[in-house]
Write a protein of this length. Structure first.
Lengths: 451, 451
């Protein structure tokens, strides 16, 4: 199945578009994507997924088999089927840069296109941006906790499908991870890939020392040995014995990996055994149920760990596996729109977010209307596509990663630890112009409801 | 990117396989997949994903571009590249039937194949089975809570990527959902698809009544109207006014959808308004942040809701977004193997699970060795593939769904509510034969470690 198929959508997009076409609701609409509410253990979010979204929009189409299937279902009008057959995305996209830190209620993407088209892309747009933003936001916290230690994404196997593994590798690399175990992420995005051995490698050999030697001979330039299959410290002592023999063959042990038990305690004992054995340069890499809180806690304890493999908890954002986000119609045919549903009311109209800094740190964001001349600061939403064409070359992932790094450096210092209190967040203001617009729209809704 | 690419793997599978080939570790290995520990709010798990796994194994290959990329990386031996170039899956698969209820430590799948091959497929095998089992286990709880009310998967947009949305639609349908909003799931698996309108449809019209009438004219056979955009009860009263006019055109309102606020309170008020307006046959469908606990709570309160759309919390299994599962080498070249890592020790050897019933309910599972003649009951693991060939026609999804339904009917009554205490779980025993085997393997490991 094609991940980028137009069939990756909710049926209601098709039923609505059929009705829009039938009743002539085909004028220009603006939809914006935003997060309503921050998950409990997040102080900031990091926008990710724009480049994959643009690629999706550029190739938007149904293939013959998909179109045939829709036709044969008998549930759609010829008008809709013809529309889908000839479809391409010719709308506008305005967006934050990937890697930008943002906060609730701030639009991160605006789509401006004829209503049926802007509607039709909703599901996949959310599907792409929600997940990658979720993962980048989690991975950024791990990066902040780990300082400059090596961070590797190990999450593919328990990611929610293959595409989740691929996009999580991308989003975590964007947010500051150094590498991934996911080979396809190397193929698709050029992300550095790393990996050495699993417990099965040791078990297949029966003799642990033989397994170590075999591995060293097969991969003399990347000798990272997993030492917790039977007894971690005993394995470290075996390495001290093996090291001279390997050294005589020109092979250096680069690192050991710990994957179970009390990682801090094992790291200290193993460091001691290695150091006493003269293996000062052998690094210790840890994995197993890690997330930003455990990484922070291990480093707070002074555990001598040089790198971390972070898997499932990052790739599923396990403490907050979804964001409360929405893609809402904000303007139709020049008229601002607003939904009033309880606890789900939205700010109407096309919006801009201005960011103000103090001493190099993010100080204040102002959400306002696109044409508000009274607000100042760095405008976070920028045009990226007009009439279906990109305004710039595809963004290089490394450049986006550098931007994400600068964004984390601009975070107020009170936000840097995973356990930072929520009170440390920068101020996010809604401008006077936007509040007035919302009141005007509400008055208009009440008038129409009363009539 | 191909979801079923062999590149959807961890790099260490390739580095290990290269070393296995180099050192002649190519004899027959058996790996088993099992869940180590139940998530906190689960009393049982439901196996799902076997058919997609078999499809993956049947097509296992690298395409030219992928192979080229591996070759050009310069990090792999010619021996490995030749091996990958000519690869196909010619191993054995034994597995539980999809939809089978199971418990921790029970193997759900066993792969028996030459070590490099059984190793190579690990990542995608876990990726496919872990996620689908996660979702089927969650969806089964929702089904139990909802009784025979309509259940629709609404989760695609906040699923973790497109494949997650597709596989979650499949797993939830298997576990007892009636339909999905995901159009691709209809295309790929023939799952019934449903969907009507979003708030944007109402907002684009400006006038809510006009939106309702337009929708009814466009889809006269499926009039389900979203009534919470501005004021839920006011919208219900509008429908009472509109209904006679629509009826005169031969159009019947089938249902209303509530998507915000206190769903139970709104449902009661709306039911009352509809009934007093003579619209007894109009059903009430609810959605918005639902999961099995909220469904159970709404029904416990007697909320007059006829169907539920369950989205994000089911498709991300949000209270438990991953399972602690593992695919472990249990036997190599006829010798049982076992890992001893702290808190991660496994039961060695190839295993079978026997299920015993009492009064039609699952009473006791016994995990034992494959050749234990002393155990009796229904053997849950069955051969499904030999030498890479299926033993049966592909399993029909509807048949698997029927099996899942029977499994839920065989659950002890104490497990049926989402808040059932853990003490209600059936007994899972480890047989005497398996305990003895584990002791023998441990003795062997200690002997070899001491040497």
């Amino acid at each position: 199945m094609r991940n980028d198929s137009l069939l990756v959508t909710d049926l209601y997009q098709l039923t609505m578009v059929q009705s829009y076409l039938e009743h002539g609701l085909t004028r220009i609409a603006s939809f914006e994507l935003f997060v309503r509410k921050m998950p409990e253990h997040r102080n900031f979010l990091m926008f990710s997924g724009l480049e994959p979204l643009l690629e999706y929009l550029e190739q938007l189409h149904l293939d013959e088999a998909e179109l045939d299937w829709l036709r044969k279902s008998g549930r759609f009008s010829d008008e809709l089927l013809d529309y889908l057959d000839g479809l391409s995305f010719d709308g506008h996209v305005d967006a934050m840069r990937e890697g930008t830190v943002f906060f609730p209620d701030e639009p991160v993407v605006r789509i401006t296109a004829p209503l049926p088209l802007a509607q039709l892309i909703e599901t996949r747009l959310i599907n792409l941006l929600h997940f990658q933003t979720l993962i980048a936001s989690k991975a950024a916290r791990v990066r902040l906790a780990a300082g400059d230690r090596q961070l590797v994404d190990f999450g593919l196997r328990r990611s929610h499908g293959a595409e989740a593994g691929l996009l999580a590798a991308r989003a975590s690399y964007l947010a500051g991870f150094d590498a991934t175990s996911n080979v396809q992420a190397g193929f698709a995005y050029g992300i550095p890939i790393v990996g050495t051995m699993a417990h099965s490698y040791i078990l297949a050999h029966g003799c642990e020392s033989e397994a170590f030697v075999h591995y060293a001979h097969s991969h003399p330039k990347g000798v990272v040995l997993l030492i917790d299959t039977y007894d971690t410290e005993a394995a470290a002592r075996k390495l001290v014995k093996l090291a001279p023999r390997l050294a005589s063959e020109g092979i250096r042990i680069q690192a050991v990996r710990l994957d179970s038990g009390d990682l801090g305690a094992h790291a200290r004992k193993v460091r001691d055994i290695l150091d006493r054995g003269g293996l000062h340069e052998v690094r210790i890499f840890a994995s197993g149920n890690l997330d930003e809180c455990r990484v922070q806690s291990l480093l707070d304890q002074g555990a001598p760990i040089d790198g971390f493999g972070v898997g499932t908890r990052m790739n599923t954002s396990s403490d907050a596996p979804y964001l409360d986000c929405a893609y809402k119609l904000q303007e139709y045919d020049g008229q601002p729109r607003r939904k009033l549903s309880e606890h789900k009311a939205t700010w109407p109209g096309r919006k801009q977010v201005y960011r103000q800094y103090r001493d190099g740190f993010i100080d204040r964001d102002i959400i306002t209307t696109v044409d508000d001349a009274d607000c100042s600061g760095e405008p976070l939403l920028q045009p990226v596509m007009r009439h279906g064409r990109r305004l710039h070359e595809p963004q290089d992932l490394k450049a986006a990663r550098m931007h994400a790094r600068q964004q984390l450096q601009a975070l107020p210092p009170g936000l840097l630890r995973p356990d930072a209190p929520k009170t440390e967040r920068p101020v996010v203001e809604v401008s006077k112009a936007l509040r007035e617009l919302a009141r005007a729209v509400d008055r208009d809704i009440r008038l129409r409801m009363a009539s």
